[in-house]
Write a protein that binds this ligand. Structure first.
Ligand code: UD1
Length: 338
């Protein structure tokens, strides 16, 4: 059983990926500082898979702590790096915290990989690096735009750091640029627990359907799209988790062709905010009152992925549709205590 270090392993995407790793016969070693996730995730993963993953609480910005971790686990075969702070608005208010946390943690991780000769790493990047793309669907060759937030900039900077490191060392990097992951494991045992008022669409929408919020505010109704609202490529978090397995398997089976590879991970389909509201109502039978308000600063009008590279090189394709995304998001919402 190959041991895979998963940073941010108790987070939303990390814990879904841990489940897929276990189901494929890998041994995930989860690390997290628990700043934005709970230790109970381990119970939930165990309930779903029958396996309790190994867990170490570690602050990745502490270089000595990271070294001790690698020393204690000389059998790490590969790394999946999710750990990051990720609130766009918070990053604008507190850029130093965002740069220090997301960059220093990545530098410490790479130092350890270099020293302890761990070569493969899959990095959690974002379609945010494309900004407002010039043409759609967006391919991996689209120009990288200036980031609109420190959070977005940390994703771009980490990609640069990883690319340069792959050139100078024998570390192999696959960066996955996620579009908009939503939904939860079908068991409704794990999911994202938003703190305070959600900023992302789906938790806000499910809380509105539950009556916790009076209505959904749709940010902007005058975009140049079919109904005036923004378009995104929403993908199921379980499909996203599987994309990491595909990337790790490409690396471990020595199929990676370039030392730095990058793939879009989305469905290739763009839905508007209004499309999403209607599809949610259809999938769950729950009404979502909404009002159209001003545009949100920093939002791009439309972005969805060209996923041909992921399908060709990783052999990965999104399989789950909006109905699965909404049903699982709704089942999870009903479990949450607000
Ligand atoms: C956001 C981040 C992006 C990050 C991604 C994953 C911003 C500006 N962008 O993407 O950098 O990589 O999360 O963490 O925060 N919407 C509403 N009403 C709401 C909430 C959202 O209409 O209450 C709309 C938004 O305008 C957007 C869509 O729903 O068109 C999706 O929004 P959201 O879930 O916040 O994701 P992104 O903004 O696409």
């Amino acid at each position: 059983m190959k041991k895979i270090l998963v940073t941010g392993g108790t987070g939303y995407i990390g814990s879904h990926t841990a489940i897929e790793l276990i189901s494929k016969g890998y041994q995930p070693l989860l690390i997290d500082n628990l700043s934005n996730s709970k230790i109970e995730r381990l119970d939930q993963i165990q309930k779903i898979t029958g396996v309790r993953p190994e867990f170490v609480q570690v602050e990745m910005c502490d270089g000595a702590a990271m070294r001790s971790l690698f020393q204690a686990h000389p059998d790490i075969a590969a790394v999946i790096h999710f750990a990051a702070v990720l609130q766009v608005g918070e990053s604008v208010e507190n850029p130093l915290f965002y740069y220090r946390n997301n960059i220093v943690s990545t530098l410490n991780l790479l130092d350890c990989m270099k020293e302890f000769k761990v070569k493969p790493i899959v990095f959690s990047s974002s379609c945010t690096v494309y900004g407002n793309p010039d043409s759609l669907p967006v391919t991996e060759f689209a120009p990288i735009k200036e980031a609109v937030s420190p959070y977005g900039n940390t994703k771009k900077m980490c990609e640069d750091i990883l690319r340069d490191t792959s050139k100078a060392t024998d570390i192999d990097v696959i960066s996955l640029r996620y579009f908009n992951p939503i939904g939860n494991h079908a068991s409704a045992e794990i999911g994202e627990e938003p703190h305070g008022i959600p900023t992302h669409l789906i938790p806000y929408l499910t809380q509105t359907a539950r009556g916790i919020r009076p209505h959904l505010n749709i940010f902007g109704g005058d975009y140049a799209t079919h109904d005036g609202t923004c378009i995104r490529d929403y993908l199921h978090v379980v499909d996203l988790a599987k994309a990491h397995i595909a990337a790790i398997e490409r690396q471990l089976s020595k199929k990676q062709e370039k030392q730095y590879e990058v793939y879009n991970i989305g469905t290739g389909i763009g839905y508007s905010v209004l499309d999403m509201v209607q599809a949610f109502e259809k999938a769950t039978g729950k009404a979502v009152p909404y009002q159209i308000v001003d545009r949100r600063a920093g939002d791009v009008e439309a972005v969805y992925a060209d996923t041909s590279a992921a399908s060709e090189k990783l052999g990965w394709k999104a399989e789950l549709g909006l109905e699965d995304m909404f049903r699982s998001a709704w089942d999870w919402e009903l479990k949450l205590e607000h």
